[in-house]
Design a protein around this ligand. Structure first.
Ligand code: GDD
Ligand code: MG
Length: 325
């Protein structure tokens, strides 16, 4: 038996930047290669020995609870904390503190990383750190939480999404933390709080050390339509780590029908029940389930939501997102 290890996945955000895709589906449940994104995160955690996952949810939690239940079929115990109003990233974890008795993991529920979680946990444990956060370099750090560190990797400063044009560092918070339960003392018992702007900065103010684990590899935050498409593309090409053996860069769900005179070019995902009519072209796109593409329509670089009908001859271009109201 391996030691128990708990991970909290932060999955309560509204997914505002992915609207209208998130109008009916919470961000962690968006389909990637025809499966809910969260499947991949859960499987990855199980593969590194996580024995219990707490899903911190708030926005449209029903579909998550329905799919993941108590974790049957995923080889892990799954529990939930449901927020009536958002508690923020650290507030959500604070609410489940009674269940956290040992070193635990926290993950943003919308990131894919190749960070070596085992090695990160080992480093945290061996050095007897209180809090360790994974950080990596970004060309444009402005979308992220910027982290400044000293020569030994201790955090000097956090700057959540500062306005440029100059940044103190290009190292950013990867949204993966290893924590001791005691670290949660640095936010109020109740009410909203954020790791990024409350807990970690509070620790620094109290002269507590926050350690960083610098890594280099694949990182993607799927929180925008552009990056959601990029994630599908990277899974299909095998660029994103571990989860997909790329046999082809076109994936078809069950019951898909493609006319012999239609042209489908990868990287493309065709959701279950989708139908592509004569002479239509689909290129570099993600179709959810039961999408109908009419004759001679041309779809490129788009995300088409469930049940959408594209009229014959229509042109749908790069970056388009279409959903049924
Ligand atoms: N339970 C719960 N409650 N979850 C929340 C809440 C909340 O109130 N607010 C946000 N979350 C979840 C989101 O669902 C998401 O999975 C995660 O917390 C991060 O929130 P985002 O809204 O996606 O934040 P971000 O992408 O702008 O920035 C964060 O991630 C970056 C890395 O991708 C920050 O942690 C940055 O510092 C970091 O660099
Ligand atoms: Mg995000």
């Amino acid at each position: 038996m391996s030691d128990p290890l708990t991970a909290v996945i932060l999955a309560g955000g509204k997914g505002t930047r992915l609207r209208p895709l998130t109008d009916n589906v919470p961000k962690p449940m968006l389909p990637v290669l025809n499966r809910p994104f969260l499947d991949f995160l859960i499987e990855r955690l199980v593969s590194v020995g996580v024995t219990k996952i707490i899903l911190a949810v708030g926005y449209k939690p029903e579909s998550l609870v329905e799919r993941y239940g108590r974790g049957q079929g995923f080889g892990v115990e799954i529990d939930y904390t449901v927020e009536d109003s958002p508690l923020g990233t650290s507030g959500a974890v604070r609410a489940v503190l009674p269940q956290l008795t040992e070193t635990f993991l926290v993950l943003n529920g919308d990131v894919v990383t190749s960070v070596d979680l085992r090695s990160m946990i080992d480093e945290h444990t061996n050095r007897r750190e209180f809090a360790t956060i994974a950080i990596h370099e970004e060309e444009d750090p402005s979308r992220f939480g910027i982290v400044q560190i000293d020569g030994e990797g201790y955090v000097l400063r956090f700057l959540e999404k500062p306005k440029g044009p100059r940044f103190p560092s290009r190292l950013v918070n990867s949204g993966v933390y290893v924590l001791e339960p005691e670290a949660l003392r640095f936010v109020p018992d109740t009410g909203p709080s954020m790791f990024e702007i409350d807990l970690f900065p509070n620790m620094l103010r109290m002269n507590m050390q926050v350690h960083s684990y610098t890594w280099d590899g694949y990182f993607l935050d799927m929180g925008t339509a552009e990056s959601y498409l990029a994630l599908n593309r990277d899974f299909l090409s095998g660029k994103a780590p571990t989860w997909h053996e790329p046999a082809s860069d076109i994936i078809e769900g069950k019951g898909v029908s493609v006319s012999p005179s239609a042209i489908v070019t990868g990287p493309t995902v065709l959701g279950p029940g989708s139908m592509i009519e004569d002479g239509a072209t689909v290129e570099g796109s993600v179709l959810w389930n039961d999408v109908y593409i009419g004759r001679d329509a041309r779809i490129r670089g788009a995300v088409i939501g469930s049940g959408v009908t594209i009229d014959a001859g229509a042109r749908i271009d790069d970056g388009s997102i279409l959903t049924n109201p």
